[in-house]
Design a protein around this ligand. Structure first.
Ligand SMILES: [Fe+2]
Ligand SMILES: [Fe+2]
Length: 190
């Protein structure tokens, strides 16, 4: 089979969908890591007045996580925690969590999903918001994990003098984590 016969999905067969799903999965495993690293690189440049750009911020987050002995998936999650900024600037945490969800634990996904509101502890009050918005999640089993993530790998990652590792240093780790078989089937997350 080179292509399916159908032009309306309602006419497809199980064999045809197995064929396309395999090609899709192979493509994802080969290219997703590089796609996301390319997106990270596009964040170099604009600083919005901070002392580092978002690419440097991401490298610093991952470098600190690595040097602190975090797991491979947490280092990759740190590297990619803001990767959705260019395409979902107002809800980047949730989009990054959804990108990572098939490849990381529930805990890591939860930490990334909520890092934006937990990060607010450090500045929401300066913008007229509630710095304690994270308290909504106080009883959650991963509250402390998310608070620690923001304290150690996010709010402190705006230092232009910190010696960040390069993106290339993280590439093998990103390819390993994002190249894992998805924890969910194609029909579970669509
Ligand atoms: Fe963020
Ligand atoms: Fe961040």
């Amino acid at each position: 089979m080179k292509t399916v016969n159908f032009i309306h999905m309602e006419d497809g067969t199980a064999e045809e969908y197995a064929f396309t799903a395999n090609l899709f999965t192979e493509h994802v495993q080969e290219h997703l890591a590089d796609q996301l690293m390319t997106t990270l690189r596009t964040m170099a440049g604009p600083t919005f007045g901070y002392q580092v750009d978002r690419f440097e911020h991401s490298l610093q987050s991952a470098t600190r996580a690595l040097r602190n002995g975090e797991s491979d998936e947490m280092v990759v999650a740190a590297l990619l925690h803001d990767v959705a900024d260019p395409i979902a600037p107002l809800n980047h945490s949730a989009v990054a969590a959804d990108i990572l969800k098939p490849y990381v634990s529930d805990r890591t996904e939860w930490v990334i999903r909520h890092h934006g509101v937990f990060q607010g502890y450090y500045y929401f009050h300066h913008l007229g918001g509630d710095q304690n918005a994270r308290e909504l999640f106080r009883e959650h089993q991963w509250f402390d994990d998310c608070a620690a993530f923001c304290h150690e790998y996010d709010q402190n990652c705006f230092d232009p003098a910190y010696d960040n590792l390069a993106l290339e240093d993280f590439a093998p780790l990103v390819r390993e984590v994002l190249g894992r078989p998805s924890r969910f089937s194609l029909t579970e997350l669509a």
